[in-house]
Write a new protein. Structure first.
Length: 344
């Protein structure tokens, strides 16, 4: 659905519907307990959030406008924040909306079977004792965080909610680096191919990885600014500031790696075009040499093919073998000459 002409704060889903019915998971935790619940109705989650303790609510499927509106109304979320959740084309950012901290970025999966990246929008709404996360489809890169939460003495259960938000961001950024490294290995392999056998398939690989790397660049570069704004927020406990500096370092590593591979692909493309130009020049050189070799023969044949009535050589007994001898001598001399000059 298009939002053109709609008023600010209009709750209209923008994007592709990727599942039929939203899925809701709640993890309620503190130092002593970690309880997990799966719900089908949004009304059921508020009892767990209202209870004593901290809650992480994950929603798979953001196409249900009524569900998002109910959550926003119940949790006193700003309409502009809800509008951003429903728009799956958001640029990565971090903003404070009247008592809630909103973070949005792309969550990227690397599909090893197809050798492509698959991404979806990931949104977080951070409150004092709750964290809402919104994804387009089930399945994510956050299972390591869930596994840590299940451990009784895990640091994540003893810290404030902003630490959980940091842990989720860290898992997503780590997966950025993993995806980039997977592409990096394939890009490094092209180096040998482009030098040894620069055929059309190599050009297709270079263009394919250029598209993938450019997509990653578009998705990841703005995350740096979002993390900086996240660190500056009043929602962040001072004890967690140094973790966010480490997260920022990881984002920097990811962005620098992307730029490195982007430049490498450009160099490989230049090498490919140079190799193809050299091949073409080699072909043209050979064709030119053979043209030069056969030009005198064409001249001789042309002269004696004019069929003038008075041509003394035509009546001479040995004219034919002499002409052949002259042509062979010219051809052989030119061939030896070009060979000595290493033109052949």
């Amino acid at each position: 659905m298009l939002k053109k002409g709609a008023a600010p704060g209009s709750l209209i889903f923008v994007g592709q519907k990727k599942m039929d019915k939203p899925l809701i998971q709640v993890i309620r935790f503190d130092e002593k307990v970690c309880e997990e619940y799966d719900f089908e109705k949004v009304e059921e989650i508020f009892e767990k959030i209202d209870a004593k303790g901290k809650s992480w609510v994950n929603i798979d499927g953001v196409h249900d406008e009524k569900l998002i509106e109910m959550i926003g109304s119940r949790m006193n979320m700003d309409l502009l924040l809800l509008e951003d959740i429903l728009d799956t084309s958001q640029r990565p950012k971090c903003e404070d909306y009247n008592g809630n901290l909103y973070v949005v970025l792309r969550m990227i999966h690397y599909d090893e079977a197809k050798d492509v990246t698959v991404s979806e929008q990931f949104s977080m709404v951070l409150g004092e004792n709750y964290l809402f996360t919104f994804q387009e489809v089930p399945g994510d890169v956050l299972n390591p965080v869930r596994e840590r939460m299940r451990k009784p003495k895990a640091r994540i259960r003893n810290r404030t909610m902003d630490y959980l938000a940091y842990a989720l961001l860290d898992a997503i950024v780590d997966n950025y680096i993993f995806a980039i490294e997977q592409f990096g290995e394939k890009i490094d392999q092209i180096d040998e191919e482009v030098l040894i056998n620069p055929d059309k398939s190599v050009l297709e690989k270079i263009n394919f990885y250029k598209r993938e790397i450019n997509y990653l660049r578009k998705a990841i570069r703005p995350v740096r600014e979002a993390v900086i704004q996240f660190e500056k927020s009043d929602f962040i406990d001072k004890r967690n500031k140094h973790f966010l500096k480490d997260l920022l370092d990881h984002v920097t590593i990811a962005t620098e790696s992307i730029e490195t591979y982007r430049e490498l692909l450009s160099d490989q493309l230049n090498i490919y075009h140079t190799s193809m130009s050299n091949k073409l020049n080699e072909i043209m050189r050979l064709l030119t040499i053979y043209t030069l070799i056969f030009s005198p023969l064409t001249l001789i044949v042309g002269i004696y093919g004019m069929n003038f009535k008075f041509m003394p050589e035509l009546d001479y007994q040995y004219s034919y073998p002499i002409i052949w001898g002259v042509m062979v001598l010219i051809t052989g001399s030119m061939f030896v000459y070009f060979k000595k000059r290493e033109w052949l």
